[in-house]
Design a binder for this molecule. Structure first.
Ligand code: HAM
Length: 393
């Protein structure tokens, strides 16, 4: 399952011209302090190493990415388009959709201030989800503008960083909180906030983004939703999350623009935008929609050995098939023929290749397509020790 998801991610990364990188799984604790936000700090796996250094297993890749991209950006043409599939560690309460370790596809663009970078990121996410077999009826990309809310707060003279953080937290949780509770927390701002949530924002950024998304054919995948503000501290502009439309699962992916992080970490003023998509939620959704891959995919063969006297011949055929590029499995010990056909199906093979006395006598075996139960006779053509074809027998 994991490999299936990874190969979908890699294919989309390649289709969009992203290059792969990785970073170290262990980082200085300092890298995450302040830069990621309280939520992630509370979830760190951190310790003092034998050299007395404060270190942490990476809970996310973005700070590492900012450091690497900041250090190496001169060696590459901008905008940089980089992707990675790191394993991440967060000391969260393990629950459905959230585990203490997960793999996360990250795609980030550095050096592009315009909203075409956001549109490109959203198009890549959409491409990957469709590549894994989902449709836009299954998921929605909810886009928002954190800067819109920061401007709103500035207009109301809310400038204290703690108050700003609290406000964003209320918005972040507004969907799961009774309206009276949120209204009370928002105090004097509540009427205006609810009016904006219901009436829509006047955001030039979102209008421009929606236009770019329309050109990329994404209109029915993207929806403006100002409740999305994201938990991480470093986002500065457009933010987004991907959710299943049924609302049954946790967020599939999240990201946004973070134009100050490279300055903060690498002392270089470069704009950036990116996202992370975990393997856990997407795996749950693929299972739920029956889109999970079988253990053996594509044209794979299971040899059914009619009786043990034929095993040496069957093994020789298995070797010749494998050397010829076929994917082949067979029972490692004696089993009844019925059990072997059952095993072929359970293991998700497409074909069962029946090796009976006829194979010993004339080189002919039975090829059964397991899904349709069709059976034909075939004769493996062996040239130089390799099967080159399964000819009509
Ligand atoms: P995040 O929203 O913390 O963003 O994580 C992104 C995605 O990773 C989530 O939507 C979810 O699919 C998955 N995820 C996060 N935590 C867990 C967990 N404990 N178990 C399973 N899956 C999880 C970030 O990490 C940002 N650094 C993304 C980013 C990249 N922003 C810009 N560039």
């Amino acid at each position: 399952m994991r490999e299936h998801i990874f190969s979908g991610w890699r294919e989309s990364s390649r289709a969009f011209g992203f290059s792969q990188y990785d970073g170290p799984p262990l980082e200085p604790l300092e890298l995450y302090k302040k830069k990621s936000g309280d939520e992630i700090i509370g979830q760190l796996y951190n310790f003092t190493d034998k050299g007395g250094r404060e270190v942490a297993l990476r809970p996310e890749l973005t700070p590492t990415f900012a450091r690497l991209a900041g250090a190496r950006h001169r060696d590459y043409k901008k905008p940089l388009k980089w992707f990675a599939i790191p394993q991440l560690f967060r000391y969260e309460r393990a629950q459905r959709g959230r585990l203490r370790e997960h793999f996360q596809w990250n795609g980030d663009i550095v050096g592009e201030p315009s909203l075409s970078a956001e549109a490109e990121i959203l198009a890549m996410i959409d491409h990957a989800l469709r590549g894994l077999g989902l449709t836009r009826e299954d998921y929605v990309i909810r886009v928002s503008d954190r800067q819109f809310w920061l401007d709103f707060l500035a207009k109301h003279n809310v400038t204290d960083s703690g108050k700003i953080y609290d406000f964003l937290q209320v918005l972040d949780k507004i969907e799961r909180t009774p309206e009276e509770v949120s209204r009370e927390k928002l105090g004097s701002l509540s009427a205006e906030v609810f009016a904006l949530l219901n009436g829509g924002a006047d955001s030039r950024r979102l209008d421009t983004l929606l236009a770019a998304c329309a050109s990329l054919g994404l209109s029915d995948a993207v929806q403006v939703d100002l409740r999305i503000v994201r938990g991480l501290a470093y986002y500065t502009g457009v933010v987004f999350e991907v959710h299943d439309r049924g609302g049954k699962f946790r967020a599939i992916a999240g990201g946004g623009r973070y134009d100050n992080l490279l300055q903060l970490i690498a002392d270089i003023d470069l704009p950036a935008v990116g996202f992370g998509m975990g393997d856990v939620v997407i795996g749950e959704i693929l299972k739920d929609k029956n889109l999970a891959p079988k253990t053996a995919d594509g044209d794979s063969y299971y040899l059914v050995i009619a009786d043990e006297t034929l095993r040496p011949r069957a093994l020789a055929l298995a070797s010749a098939l494998r050397d010829g590029g076929y994917r082949v499995d067979y029972p490692l010990s004696a089993a009844k023929v019925g059990r072997q056909f059952q095993a072929a199906e359970e293991r998700g093979h497409r074909y069962a290749l029946f090796i009976g006395q006829e194979y010993a006598d004339s080189g002919v075996c039975g090829l059964k397509t397991l899904a349709t139960r069709e059976q034909v006779n075939v004769k493996p053509l062996i040239v130089g020790g390799k099967v080159t074809a399964l000819a009509d027998g």
